[in-house]
Design a protein around this ligand. Structure first.
Ligand code: CP
Length: 326
């Protein structure tokens, strides 16, 4: 499989073509096997350096980027804002310039400001990966979600996907809506009126349906994607109480009787059990929540490979997944 991904950075899904998205997913599929081996390591990025620069909390994204880099034999360095010189007043761009002076090949950044990764991309030679910027985009989450859907449904085109919850503050929702509509799925979103953006006109023109009732979005859905209430981004009261939110927008087993018979349930994590999703659903047979996490490693291996390794150099991914010593 030769590559045709010629970008320096991965900043968002919106700017990717369907062919580029499909190419990343195909590459991730090739890397999935590495994590199933006894020796989970290939020499693909030996001698390359990946810096994880996280200004916001993370369990899944930061850990899986580190695991992905290490499984590709790259050197992985983790920096969190709380233990960096940002606490002494250094700016984001000065931090980036100083990291760049140490010649990393990729910088993975999570920041609470939309557009922070784009600023780094303009001044850095290293490939920049957006690991979540404010409420804007979380491209690798949408890619791992798509890989999970493809694995269980065989494809994306023609599927009905319901995205439920705090759409307004969700970078996961935005990236997923761009990706799923680009690949031909039909997407509905539902949430309290205060948590659904008013500026979705462009997406509505592309076929996005906006529902107020969770039941209307779930009706006939092949995929039900639940989002977390992002209390850390809410600057005012968007609904009267968590209890009321759970009553009107929490996903319970009985909701799934409205969905298609083999509907799958997804959640990007972290979950607020008993608020946006019941434990019965989260731990039930339709839940793919931990499959999403596993696929996160494969997708992040693919992105690091495409940006720092064979991707831009025109390498062959089938060669790169060979075991060390083969
Ligand atoms: N889904 C996700 O981004 O999880 P983390 O915040 O734990 O990285």
């Amino acid at each position: 499989m030769s590559t045709n991904f010629n970008r320096k950075d991965l900043l968002g899904i919106r700017e990717l073509s369907p062919a580029e998205i499909t190419h990343i997913l195909d590459t991730a599929e090739s890397f999935r096997d590495v994590s199933r081996r006894e020796i989970k390591k290939v020499p693909t990025l030996r001698g390359r350096t990946v810096i994880n620069l996280f200004f916001e909390a993370s369990t899944r994204t930061r850990t899986s980027f580190e695991i992905a880099a290490k499984r590709l034999s790259a050197d992985a360095i983790n920096i969190s804002a709380s233990s960096s010189s940002v606490t002494k007043g250094e700016t984001l761009l000065d931090t980036a310039r100083n990291l760049e002076a140490m010649a990393p090949d990729c910088i993975v950044i999570r920041h609470n400001c939309a557009g922070a990764p784009h600023q780094l991309a303009r001044i850095c030679r290293a490939g920049i990966v957006n690991a979540g910027d404010g409420s804007h985009e979380h491209p690798t989450q949408a890619l791992l979600d798509a890989l999970t859907i493809r694995e269980h449904k065989g494809g994306i085109e023609g599927l009905k996907v319901a995205i439920i919850g705090d759409i307004l503050h969700s970078r996961v929702a935005r990236s997923n809506i761009h990706l799923l509509t680009a690949l031909g799925a039909s997407v509905s979103v539902a949430g309290p009126g205060t948590l659904v953006p008013k500026d979705f006109t462009e997406l509505v023109e592309k076929g996005l349906r906006v529902e107020r009732r969770i039941e209307d979005a779930i009706e006939g859905a092949d995929v039900v994607m639940i989002l977390r209430i992002q209390r850390e981004r809410q600057t005012s009261a968007f609904f009267p109480s968590m209890r009321e939110y759970a009553v009107h927008y929490g996903l319970h087993l009985e909701h799934l009787t409205l969905a298609s018979q083999d509907a799958i349930v997804m959640h990007p994590g972290p979950m607020n059990r008993g608020i946006e999703i019941s434990s019965e659903v989260a731990d039930g047979s339709r839940s793919l929540i931990l499959d999403q996490v596993s696929n996160g490693v494969a997708v992040r291996m693919a992105i690091l490979y495409l940006l720092a390794g064979g991707g831009r150099a025109g390498g062959d991914v089938d060669d790169t997944t060979k075991r060390i010593g083969e």
